[in-house]
Ligand binder design. Structure first.
Ligand code: ACO
Length: 389
């Protein structure tokens, strides 16, 4: 037996998989991706159908508890979320101490983690604790994002409005205006599309944190930190910056050629799972067009379409196509949302997936503890300071 363990730990017998590509680290029944066909399903339902027929809260319930809710379950869930949307004055006061120049993702990570100070972590095997934690996180994260937006402008956060549904209320808290119904519905559909995507970096981060049996607020806070990076959720901000730099559709080809020659990444392109256009990008492009038809076109849309067209012969043969981040920024821009809130909005939605994985991890938990191939020095003799040069 010892020999088998030694063999297993012998670096010569280990295969390094950078980025864990293709390495299954868990079983999951939450989300199914077919990267060759460009299909995505949550709990067996296609995202196109969910985005057309469901609400974000109904989708959240489905992801976390495995089935679409009955009307009673949905009403209770929506009511509970409505009751918990407000933030404690302590959290608001804490947020007022954050630097106004800080990134909203950092503000969100800190605020989400702070919830752990208020709610006990000792009951993660109690279904009521789990339900309450889910409700609190789904309810309060949007309020935190909106609160920081007003606080950094020097204003007091405004209270949620009980007569407005989830997405409309978020846009209201953010802009201080009741949103147009089409804008609120498009926003809700965006949340549905971003809610879950199997073991992406932030969800993996959530599962690793969950596997230590810490509290769900720490699980979500660690996932928010992981989502913030430009190779993950942060790419949606960079896409708009890139489109603005390109400036006009006719510049797209040169920009792409130069970037590819310099081995720079095209933001909003490429995905570990998809070798075709991300189905969410196709849907988001449609949402952007719905908004343009109603509220007027964004000139960056033509630039984006030109980038997609010109990139097709250059990157398509390598399976690199627009991902979820490519068109989402154009939708949010049309909704009047500042660029550095795009990723926090991604977090508002993805908290549903993180919490579904939190529950699933707890249902068959084993702490994550992978191994490494040590490449450092073997054994060194310590030498006194005066003898080092
Ligand atoms: N533009 C140009 N080339 C690309 C791109 C891109 N966007 N994406 C991948 N490639 C190329 C790489 O340069 C690399 O080429 P090489 O083999 O010649 O070195 C090859 O494709 C493989 O790229 P990796 O980065 O190894 O692919 P990986 O699966 O590790 O990364 C990722 C996927 C991070 C999404 C990558 O495509 C990327 O950086 N895209 C840009 C950032 C982005 O849009 N991120 C959002 C992803 S969606 C989300 O997280 C919500």
């Amino acid at each position: 037996e010892q020999k088998a363990i030694d063999n297993q730990n012998d670096p010569c017998n280990m295969v390094l998989k950078p980025g864990l590509e293709g390495v299954p680290v868990t079983q999951s029944a939450i989300c199914d991706i077919n990267g060759l066909k460009g299909e995505l399903k949550y709990r067996g339902y296609s995202i196109a159908e969910l985005a057309a027929k469901s609400s974000f809260l109904e989708t959240t319930y489905l992801l976390i508890w495995g089935d679409l809710p009955s009307s009673k379950q949905l009403r209770e869930f929506e009511d509970a979320i409505q009751m918990h949307r407000r933030l404690s004055f302590r959290v608001r006061d804490m947020m007022k101490c954050f630097p106004a120049t800080g990134h909203p993702m950092d503000a969100l990570q800190s605020s989400a983690a702070s919830l752990g100070l208020f709610y006990s972590r000792r009951a993660i095997d109690n279904p009521q604790y789990i339900y309450d934690a889910v409700v609190r996180l789904i309810a309060k994260i949007p309020t935190m994002v909106a609160a920081f937006q007003l606080i950094r402008k020097g204003q007091d956060p405004i209270q949620p409005r009980d007569d407005l549904p989830y997405s409309a209320n978020f846009l209201y808290m953010l802009t201080e205006r009741e949103p147009d119904p089409l804008a609120a519905r498009v926003f809700d559909r965006c949340l549905i599309l971003h809610a879950e995507h199997s073991l992406n970096a932030s969800t993996f981060s959530a599962r690793v944190t969950a596997s230590t049996l810490t509290d769900p607020y720490a699980v979500v806070a660690s996932a928010v930190g992981t989502l913030a990076g430009p190779l993950h959720g942060g790419a949606n901000e960079d896409v708009i910056a890139m489109l603005e730099e390109i400036g006009a559709p006719e510049n797209a080809r040169n920009y792409l050629k130069q970037a590819i020659d310099q081995k720079s990444k095209i933001m909003g392109f490429g995905h570990r799972e998809y070798k075709v256009k991300d189905p969410r990008a196709t849907l988001l492009q449609g949402f952007a067009e719905d908004l343009f038809a109603r509220f007027g076109k964004d000139e960056m849309y033509d630039v984006a379409r030109s980038v997609e067209e010109e990139a097709s012969p250059l990157l398509g043969p390598r399976g690199i196509y627009p991902n979820v981040d490519f068109y989402s920024g154009l939708v949010y821009r049309k909704l009047g949302i500042p660029r550095d809130l795009f990723t926090p909005i991604f977090a508002i939605s993805r908290v549903a997936g993180w919490l579904a994985h939190w529950r699933e991890q707890l249902s068959a938990n084993r702490i994550f503890r992978p191994t490494q191939i040590y490449t450092g020095k073997k054994t060194r003799a310590w030498c006194a300071l005066e003898e080092r040069n």
